[in-house]
Write a protein that binds this ligand. Structure first.
Ligand code: AMP
Length: 192
């Protein structure tokens, strides 16, 4: 199996690049952000809970997020592996994912691909996306800046954990979408 953690701050292009990678390598994408938005749209209990955090640009608590992820990983698939997009976002989630992939998939995380984009570009991208995405958390600069703050406070350390076990690869996330995709493909080919 190829199991990729697609990593980076909000607005770094994880969702866009996940689309490219799933087609190229026949992978299943699991985006915890998309799963929360699906639940919010359908007004489920999980959606209502998640909304109270998401609308403030804060992370949803680990346990809730991890339980949702486990349900998704357990669904049968004939994909060649998974792309985890937007998960893990804390050290606790990183540990949980290691265990889920081992226990449920009998596999390992192959690589953590990290998209590098500077903060001011992130803010501009998200404000621009907010003009059409309909996402409440893209709609104002204060929320966007809080999401980036959360990233540095809680998520950046995830990179350190993957660095420690030699699975961390950085890719410049600024440039043409196709060029960035090409660099990501090359990294995945190396671990195939
Ligand atoms: P995203 O679509 O990945 O930008 O996620 C949107 C929002 O959903 C985030 O700002 C968080 O509030 C929440 N979220 C998504 N994934 C996670 C996660 N792994 N842990 C905690 N909160 C998450």
């Amino acid at each position: 199996m190829i199991n990729i953690v697609l990593f980076g701050p909000p607005g770094s292009g994880k969702g866009t690049q996940a689309q490219n990678l799933i087609e190229k390598f026949n992978l299943k994408q699991i985006s915890t952000g998309d799963l929360f938005r699906y639940n919010m749209k359908n007004n489920t209990e999980l959606g209502k809970l998640a909304k109270s955090y998401i609308d403030r640009g804060e992370l949803v608590p680990d346990q809730v997020t991890t339980d949702m992820l486990i349900d998704e990983v357990k669904k049968p698939t004939d994909a060649a592996g998974f792309i985890f997009d937007g998960y893990p976002r804390t050290a606790n989630q990183t540990e949980a994912l290691e265990k889920i992939v081992k226990d449920v998939l009998k596999a390992d995380i192959s690589v953590c691909l990290s998209l590098i984009v500077e903060d001011e570009i992130l803010v501009n991208r998200l404000l621009k996306r907010g003009e059409t995405s309909g996402r409440t958390d893209d709609s104002n600069e204060e929320i966007i800046r809080n999401r980036i703050k959360e990233y540095y406070a809680k998520t950046a350390e995830v990179a350190e954990l993957y660095k420690k076990n030699g699975k961390y690869v950085e890719v410049n996330g600024v440039g043409e979408i196709e060029d960035i995709a090409g660099k990501l493909y090359a990294e995945v080919e190396k671990i195939k």
